[in-house]
Design a protein around this ligand. Structure first.
Ligand SMILES: N[C@@H](CCC(=O)N[C@@H](CS)C(=O)NCC(=O)O)C(=O)O
Length: 233
């Protein structure tokens, strides 16, 4: 039986099936990237709910796996060389799982790098900007009277959606084929126009390729399942 006791995170979130990949997460737009990916590739895993509303990412056990105190994070008992490995940052986890299974990343070197480029576009632009819209439009920042911060992030999010709209022209998915770039981006676009209540503010319905892509993505059974794992309490 695999021994994960060298990972302090397993003391707070014990592994019932230590031979399976351990996922520490919550169904936020960053969290669901990994659960969607795991559902897509069918790798056995054990999800553990980390309640960010209770500051559980700031506990010593969680910080031992991710010193940056953010979900998602994983421990793969069958890491490189068959040895257990911990990993955080959703983009790194997606790339790791894609390489481990040979799934959702093209093998042609040029197309592979372009997939990584669009993954970074999500990580560096879509996620941080849409997240600020959430803060200023829906959460604590909503009470701030000066609307310039909200407007700044709305403008940038609208511009980014325009980039995505262009990329999806003539393509079903961001790389043509469904890939980790879509896995990373779907949950963020969904959140922007639902949970963050910015659908009208970013002019979503004036677009055509992005809404059609989102609908296609949300219809995938693995996406439907992944969006609920681990479910918010
Ligand atoms: N760049 C990180 C961002 C992760 C992140 O921001 N996670 C949020 C939830 S979506 C979190 O754990 N927040 C808890 C907190 O800051 O207290 C990634 O993609 O993994």
């Amino acid at each position: 039986m695999t021994d994960l006791s060298t990972f302090p995170i397993t003391r707070r979130w014990p592994a019932e099936h230590p031979d399976r990949l351990q996922l520490y997460s919550l169904n936020t737009p960053n969290g669901v990237k990994v659960s969607i990916m795991l559902e897509e590739i069918g790798l056995p895993y054990e999800p553990h709910l980390v309640d960010i509303a209770k500051n559980e990412t700031w506990t010593p056990e969680f910080l031992s796996l991710n010193p940056n105190g953010k979900i998602p994070a994983i421990v793969d008992p069958d890491g490189p060389g068959g040895k257990p490995m911990g990993l955080f940052e959703s983009g790194a986890i997606l790339l790791y799982l894609a390489d481990k299974t040979g799934r959702l990343i093209p093998t042609d070197p040029c197309v592979r790098w372009q997939t990584i480029q669009w993954l970074f576009f999500q990580m560096a632009a879509i996620g941080p900007m849409f997240g600020q819209v959430g803060y200023f439009n829906r959460f604590a920042g909503k009470a701030i009277e000066d609307k310039r911060p909200l407007q700044r992030y709305l403008d940038e999010s609208k511009r980014l959606l325009g980039v995505l709209e262009g990329r999806l022209e003539g393509r079903e998915w961001m790389m043509g084929e469904y890939s980790i770039a879509d896995v990373a981006t779907l949950g963020w676009v969904r959140n922007l126009v639902t949970f963050y209540e910015a659908r009208e503010l970013v002019g979503f319905d004036a677009l055509s390729n992005v809404p059609a892509w989102l609908e296609r993505g949300l219809a995938r059974p693995a996406v439907k399942r992944g969006l609920e794992i681990p479910k918010r309490p």
